[in-house]
Write a protein that binds this ligand. Structure first.
Ligand code: SF4
Length: 228
């Protein structure tokens, strides 16, 4: 295979049913993220280069052998849009006849706009109200970028999912209510709430908070649900 993009990959999940709605997918974990979210469980993917990177050529060969068994490939991370090689890698995945999914936190709206033509579905994390972002990501301006990415996604019309990871330390009930009101006002049709989890997989938030929020806001969205 010629002209392979130099995508840096920190891991691969060969098969999942939960990362691209309704599709059997492989997940490619892109190396590198500039944010430092307080609840991040993928901190091994923060550095631009990982200790055990997988060559894209190997991943692409694996995907080629899985044609007929997989429907899609999801680029996750880390933050996939950090890497300039992403669009070329996505085009090669489509060349195999597979759909392309993207998990992003939206830190680079201009880069998101560039790759959207090569994507079939997006899972966008909206982490907080714009003013609350920087404390969570420890990066200045992160809220402006993420909410601009949401605007882009909604204006584009591409199939997508807006996910809110709820950390009880960040989200007293009134802040979660305010975030959901803001998402409604932005025109978000559907929202998935998911509890923040510790490294042992235990939810860091009371399930009653999430269930109460879905009940209180179910008229505001075409769909609002709790995952896991
Ligand atoms: S954006 Fe995602 S990968 Fe990056 S620090 Fe936050 S949770 Fe971790």
């Amino acid at each position: 295979m010629n002209d392979l993009p130099s995508l840096r990959i920190g891991g691969l999940t060969p098969l999942t049913t939960i990362d691209y709605p309704g599709e059997l997918a492989a997940v490619v974990f892109c190396q590198g993220c500039a944010w430092r979210c307080t609840y991040c469980q993928n901190d091994h993917l923060w550095p631009p280069h990982g200790d055990a990177e997988l060559p894209w050529s190997h991943v692409l060969s694996f995907l080629a052998r899985r044609r007929g068994l997989l429907d899609a490939v999801v680029f996750s991370g880390g933050e996939p849009t950090l890497q300039s090689a992403l669009a070329a890698a996505m085009q090669q995945v489509r060349g195999l006849g597979l759909k392309v999914g993207l998990h992003t936190a939206g830190p680079y709206p201009h880069r998101l706009a560039r790759v959207l033509p090569h994507v079939d579905w997006v899972g966008l994390d909206v982490k907080a109200l714009p003013a609350d972002y920087d404390a969570l990501t420890t990066r200045r301006g992160s809220g402006v970028a993420a909410w601009r990415s949401l605007e882009l996604l909604l204006a584009h019309g591409i199939p997508h999912e807006v996910r809110v990871t709820v950390d009880a330390a960040q989200f007293p009930a009134d802040r979660l209510d305010a975030l959901l009101d803001r998402l409604r006002d932005a025109g978000t049709p559907e929202v998935v709430l998911q509890p923040c989890r510790d490294r042992q997989g235990h939810a860091c938030v009371d399930a009653a908070l999430l269930e109460g929020a879905t009940r209180a806001h179910h008229h505001a969205f075409r769909g609002i649900s709790v995952r896991g």
